[in-house]
Structures are given as C-alpha cells and as structure tokens.
Design a protein around this ligand. Sequence first.
Ligand code: CA
Ligand code: CA
Length: 242
Amino acid sequence: MNKIKQWGSACAVAAGLLTAGAAHADVVSVSMTVDNSYAFFTGNLTSATTFVGTDANWPSVESYNFNLASNAYLYVVTASDKSTAQGFLGQFENITNKYKFYSNDPQWQVMSTGLGSAAPYDGTSTSLALLSAEIQDANGGGNPSLGWQNFTAGGSNGAGPWGTMSGIDAAARWVWYGAGNCSVTDPTIGGCDAGEWLVFRIAVAATPDDPTGTGQLPEPASLALVGLGLLAACAAARRRRS
Ligand SMILES: [Ca+2]
Ligand SMILES: [Ca+2]
C-alpha cells in the first residue's frame, strides 16, 4: 500500500469512529407487575419526561415496547397496601444490544419519598414535575432514604404468595426496599411501609460493560478522541502533500 492510500484508509477510519460516537435509540421490551401498584416512566438522570403506563392489579403482567435514547433512564413509582406482601417483578429486554435484565439486576436503585399516598400515577405535567422534583431530591441525598439505595431481593418468579407470573422468566426476583418497618432480609414478605411511595430506577443501557451504571458508555467518547486525533493527522498529511 502506498503512502497516499495509507492516509486515505486512516482518514476513513477516523470519520467512522466519530460517527460511532453519535447517540442512538434502543428498542426496549418490558413485562412487569407490582404488588400493589406502579406507574412507569422514562426520562434522564434528573427528570421523568414520559409516562409509559400504570397498573394496580398484581396478578396481571403488563407489557410495553418502545424506543428511547441509549442514555435514558427507566423510573418505576411503586406503592403497596402495606398488607401481606409487596414487590416489584419485571423483565426488561434491550432488543438493540440484546441484553436482558430483571427487576433484581444490581444496577437498579431505589429511594423512598415518604409522601404517603400522593404518588404520581399519570402523565400530567403536575405528576411529571412531582416525580422530577423527588428524583432531584434523591440525587442530592436530601430525601427520606438519603439518596438512591440498594434494593433487597425476595423470592424468584413462582414463589409464594404470588405464584408464577406468566411472561416473566423464572430467574426474575421480586424486589423491594428494606427500610422503615420492612424486613431488611426480605422486605417483600409481611405487610410493611418502607417509606412510600418508592421509586426504582435504572439506565436503559445498563449492561455488564457499563461499569458506571449511568448509560453513558465510556467507549464512544474515547473513540471520538482517537478519531479527532486521526483527523488532525490526516489534515497535516494533506498539507504536506500539497
Ligand atoms: Ca399488574
Ligand atoms: Ca400487598
């Protein structure tokens, strides 16, 4: 390969690296239920922006399919009747990057608002503003749970008192927050109040290769820097040739 062809290849690779760093949308498929009720939103690190759905019947599994930016967050607002049992059970498939995760994925976070029954359960601007304010409160550590905390996993799908929820893998586990008067070892069993309403969240691009858990994958930024360096070299080579 002669010198001009080598520089041509390097310039093409540089342009490709810069394109790879651009944001893209992921297709996400969800099957979930909560004992006793939930409202499901998408958003970003600081705000809930879109209402996806709500349900207040634990024996039914709801399914949702949608596209969203690969750096987006999923937010699940939950509340219980503080009787018998409570939990969040779900299966989430990022169709784009072929990664499936469950309600017990370690990258989920949970926080308590302590606001009782006044939970945002619809897509009104009032509800989005309330949830966003609570998200920002938790981001700053000033909410009742002092920020975002780890959830506690209870039984797998099929465990009592619920039995098997169809459409969700047996590997998925019921999760809740082990605070308030809930058991720290299994807060899903025995009626209790963990400081409701609660909010669970995860970055939609949360995968084992996303060590920050933010959905902001470090790779594209590094590749973009390499691309910029190569483009500068290309420009220098062109100047030398001309
Ligand atoms: Ca349900
Ligand atoms: Ca219950």
